[in-house]
Ligand binder design. Structure first.
Ligand code: ATP
Ligand code: MG
Length: 490
């Protein structure tokens, strides 16, 4: 079979250089599959019978980290990040996989067949010769691409036992490409799901992130559950299944969460918002209580428990600390915009003080996902504009101690006090007042008020200051105790 694909010259330069030096060289893997599908390849991989020692001297700028023989060939001129490095890897044979994840030994081969048969799926096992346009298709990969089918190269159970991550990759390609998993591959996944136990969290996270970032995360999550994989990825998601809510909700908690993620994908929101959409109600099962008087379920405090759980889920999956922190914060405050009664200008200022200026617009977007994920119609555009206007207005006002027109030093000047806890209490008591009424943020008012506060009995000033100063952690600790006291008897 001969095909002419539009391959960028940064890539053909690599294959042609190798061939001119007397070696074989093919494009291989995801890029060939994507060329067939008219999708832009994320990266370009070349496979060759040259060894790393033979590849390196042929190119001016390479790097080699000695992991499985891959040589990075750098294109210094291009701006396109997918073309910056083209990876060239010698044909590889992977011997036994006694731990279900790594080959015991990797050896280089002179035969392209060896390299293609170690690959995961038939659609990923095509080799393309950029000079002749010839395709090597030993496992009917072209047919599977045409039929939109994900099928392992060789017997699925053997291939999954070699490397359990392939199970998750099948779901990832299902979500990314909209292909279906072939029946025998699906059967082997169901029977071998527990192989995921052996796979490192980092590898699981990377495939899971691709599912969440795909166009169809909801389908991906449904398939993860259907195939019994969710408990090895995020067990808490499994618990949301079938947790019925009250009348305002058409869907159980699970379905609400996956619909919220899908909304985030439809709106092309970034990873952090998609993750928040997925977990924001994760503790509803734990917080759910029957309110006999009103004959309905309550979920009091679920956002406080939920942000704790979120931190655990994302840290377990080894997401970077910045991602964990942001998603945890957004999950903690996600209820704010859903309760329209709360939305006064001073409440918006307090919310900005809680989530941080950098997160307030993201919180609005989380709310959009939450709302549409509930099956409710889109927000009335007038009200949405009103919220936007309020946020913009509130953002101009002081929302932290650092933004006050007074500081600790000034307080000590006007009160003739020495450093001590009273200074901090005063600052936080002043911020509380300014959050309520930003017009009070003047030097004159704050200096006079600082003097007045100082003349209060110490315990009163402490109470005022601590109210504002209390860290979010402490506040949540108390909140959790209250929830426990109310529902769980201690
Ligand atoms: P993407 O478009 O996301 O880059 P991809 O198919 O290129 O998808 P990669 O993870 O970049 O996926 O891997 C490149 C190729 O290496 C795959 O197409 C496949 O042939 C092979 N491969 C990757 N991971 C495995 C694995 N766990 N087992 C077997 N083959 C694999
Ligand atoms: Mg790739």
């Amino acid at each position: 079979m001969k095909i002419e694909f539009p391959v960028p010259q940064e890539v053909t330069r690599v294959t042609e250089t190798l061939k001119k030096a007397g070696f074989e060289a093919f494009l291989v893997g995801g890029c060939v599959r994507d060329l067939f599908l008219n999708r832009k390849p994320k990266d370009w991989d070349v496979t060759t019978n040259a060894t790393p020692e033979q590849i390196i001297p042929l190119f001016p700028h390479t790097f080699y980290e000695n992991t499985f023989g891959t040589v990075g060939i750098v294109n210094d001129e291009t701006e396109d990040s997918s073309l910056k490095t083209v990876e060239a890897t010698p044909y590889r044979i992977e011997s036994d996989y006694s731990d279900n994840r790594h080959p015991d030994k990797v050896t280089f081969s002179q035969k392209i067949e060896d390299d293609l048969k170690r690959r995961d799926f038939t659609m990923n096992a095509l080799a393309y010769d950029t000079t002749t346009g010839k395709i090597i298709d030993l496992f009917d990969g072209i047919k599977d691409i045409k039929d939109k089918t994900i099928r392992t190269v060789g017997k699925p159970e053997d291939r999954f036992k070699e490397d359990g991550l392939r199970i998750l990759r099948a779901v990832r390609f299902f979500a990314e490409l909209g292909f279906v998993v072939s029946p025998e591959t699906e059967k082997a996944i169901l029977e071998n799901a527990d192989l995921l136990k052996n796979i490192s969290k980092e590898r699981i996270r990377d495939e899971f992130t691709k599912i969440i970032m795909s166009e169809k995360p909801m389908d991906g999550l449904l398939l993860l559950r259907k195939l019994g994989l969710m408990k090895y990825v995020i067990p808490q998601m499994e618990e949301a299944y079938d947790i019925e809510q009250n009348h305002a909700h058409k869907y159980d908690v699970w379905e609400h969460l996956i619909r919220s993620v899908q909304t985030a994908a439809d709106k092309n929101f970034p990873l952090e918002i998609r993750l928040t959409a997925m977990v924001h109600d994760i503790s509803k099962p734990a917080a759910r209580r029957w309110d006999a008087e009103h004959e309905q379920w309550t979920f009091y405090g679920h956002e406080v428990l939920g942000s704790r759980e979120t931190k655990k889920i994302l840290s377990d999956l080894r997401f970077p600390a910045k991602v964990v922190e942001k998603v945890t914060t957004l999950a903690r405050w996600h209820m704010f915009f859903s309760d329209t009664e709360q939305i006064t200008l001073s409440a918006v200022r307090r919310m900005i003080a809680n989530v941080g200026r950098e997160n307030i617009w993201d919180l609005m977007n989380v709310r959009i996902c939450d709302r549409i994920g509930t099956g409710r119609p889109k927000e009335d555009p007038y009200r949405l504009r009103k919220y936007h206007a309020m946020i913009e207005e509130a953002l101009r006002d002081p929302v932290s101690v650092a933004m006050l027109k007074i500081d600790g030093k000034k307080i000590m000047d006007v009160t003739r006090e020495t450093p001590g806890p009273k200074i901090g209490w005063t600052l936080h008591a002043l911020l509380e007042e300014v959050l309520d009424d930003p017009k009070k943020n003047t030097e004159e008012y704050l200096e006079n008020r600082a003097k007045e506060l100082f003349s209060l009995p110490e315990n009163e000033l402490e109470a005022l200051g601590e109210k504002g100063k209390q860290t979010k952690e402490e506040a949540d600790e108390e909140e959790i105790k209250k929830i426990r006291g109310k529902h769980w008897v201690k």
